[in-house]
Design a binder for this molecule. Structure first.
Ligand SMILES: [Zn+2]
Length: 288
């Protein structure tokens, strides 16, 4: 895979629709996709799309206003997403005030380097992005998965290029039963679908239900998730000697990503990168 497109800068202009990033698509995957679907003439496909739009007109994924394209945001909601583009801290993926050229490390990362190699997030966890994440997690608004997959592939382009396998942050068994799905696994599957990378949704396991992180300080969050993950023995072969791309929905203080990374490195991963749809800009003011 080659990566030639620039960053989320290109994504900062309000579109009517968000094109799939050709630079992160695997041609072999596309060919397989084409060969596995029945041949449909252009006329039939156009009629099918027209009929779908007539029965279910496309709406903005955040505010449900009518728009022209599916899997997209209206211009107002688009402007309400604070996309994170360069200059970035290479380790934490947070925005830096100015570029000094080359690979840049923030003061926070220099003072306390995370166990993962690099983290990247699509946007800050606020405004329309917060609404979209809440919709996916708490209101079963799964139609946002395609847009999130596209955005993740753009924000994580460099990480995807170096990754061998994709692993989502797991939920505890009880929370999975309660919610019926793991939103991070949905995101991981979308990235795998676009890139063709293998995804192992059961490689990382949560050993206990942790207290909700809401309202906990940075240190309390670390204590809360410490030792809460494991790679089951039968899954070790999927991790050993691999560079893992860990997918999460939101990076708050990074405590969960750090605990998962430590577990994956202990299991034999050569390195771990973290990719999320959102990052909390100011973790000291965590409210959700
Ligand atoms: Zn909208």
């Amino acid at each position: 895979m080659t990566t030639t497109d620039t960053s989320l800068d290109a994504a900062a202009t309000p579109p009517e629709s968000v094109p799939e990033p050709a630079d992160v698509r695997d041609p072999a995957l596309d060919a397989a996709r084409r060969s596995s679907s029945p041949p449909v003439s252009g006329l039939v496909a156009s009629f099918r799309n027209w009929l779908t739009d007539l029965l279910m007109p496309p709406v903005c994924l955040a505010c449900q206003e009518a728009i022209a394209s599916r899997d997209a945001l209206c211009p107002d909601c688009w402007r309400g997403v604070d996309f994170i583009g360069p200059p970035l801290c290479d380790r934490l993926g947070i925005r830096l005030p100015y570029s000094t050229g080359g690979i840049m490390i923030s003061a926070a990362a220099a003072a306390r380097p995370p166990p993962y190699a690099r983290a990247r997030a699509v946007a800050h966890y606020e405004g329309a992005m917060r609404k979209l994440v809440h919709g996916l997690k708490f209101r079963d608004r799964h139609e946002v998965r395609s847009l999130f997959g596209t955005w993740l592939c753009r924000a994580g382009r460099d990480l995807i290029e170096d990754a061998d396998v994709i692993v989502p942050v797991p939920l505890s068994r009880s929370r999975l039963l309660q919610r019926r799905f793991n939103q991070s696994a949905i995101l991981a599957q979308e990235v795998a679908r676009i890139t063709g990378l293998p995804v192992h949704t059961t490689a990382l396991h949560r050993t206990r239900r942790t207290q909700r992180q809401v309202g906990l300080s940075r240190e309390q969050r670390r204590d809360n998730v410490r030792g809460a993950f494991e790679v089951p023995r039968r899954q070790l072969g999927k991790i050993q000697g691999r560079r893992v791309l860990l997918i999460d929905d939101v990076i708050t203080t990074g405590a969960t990503a750090e605990a998962c990374t430590t577990t994956l490195l202990k299991a034999g991963a050569t390195d771990v990168d973290v990719l999320a749809v959102a990052i909390v800009a100011d973790p000291l003011r965590i409210t959700t």
